[in-house]
Design a protein around this ligand. Sequence first.
Ligand code: ZN
Ligand code: ZN
Length: 100
Amino acid sequence: MSINKPSPLVPEPIRQVCPVCRKFSYSASGIHPQCAMAKADQARSEKIKLLKAAAESLMPDQPPRRHERVCPKCKATQHIRKRTCVCGYAFPIPQRQFST
Ligand SMILES: [Zn+2]
Ligand SMILES: [Zn+2]
């Protein structure tokens, strides 16, 4: 019984490692076509993400949702039932007008 590995009949081609999935690629460019596509897609989605973030930063502050109010001190959104904000700001207690 021999422990020597059988030598390949054909010389192994120069294998390039795909920069995306880190697996050997036999294609001429050294990158799998699907990986190249995925990479292009990733770059595009990152660009979209950046554009979206830029657009959001330009947009005015979102109005508070129902049952929420914005602290005038730190601009944090609080639940309407909370009397004090995390920054320590105490919301004015609404005064009820009793007409008797
Ligand atoms: Zn790949
Ligand atoms: Zn606050």
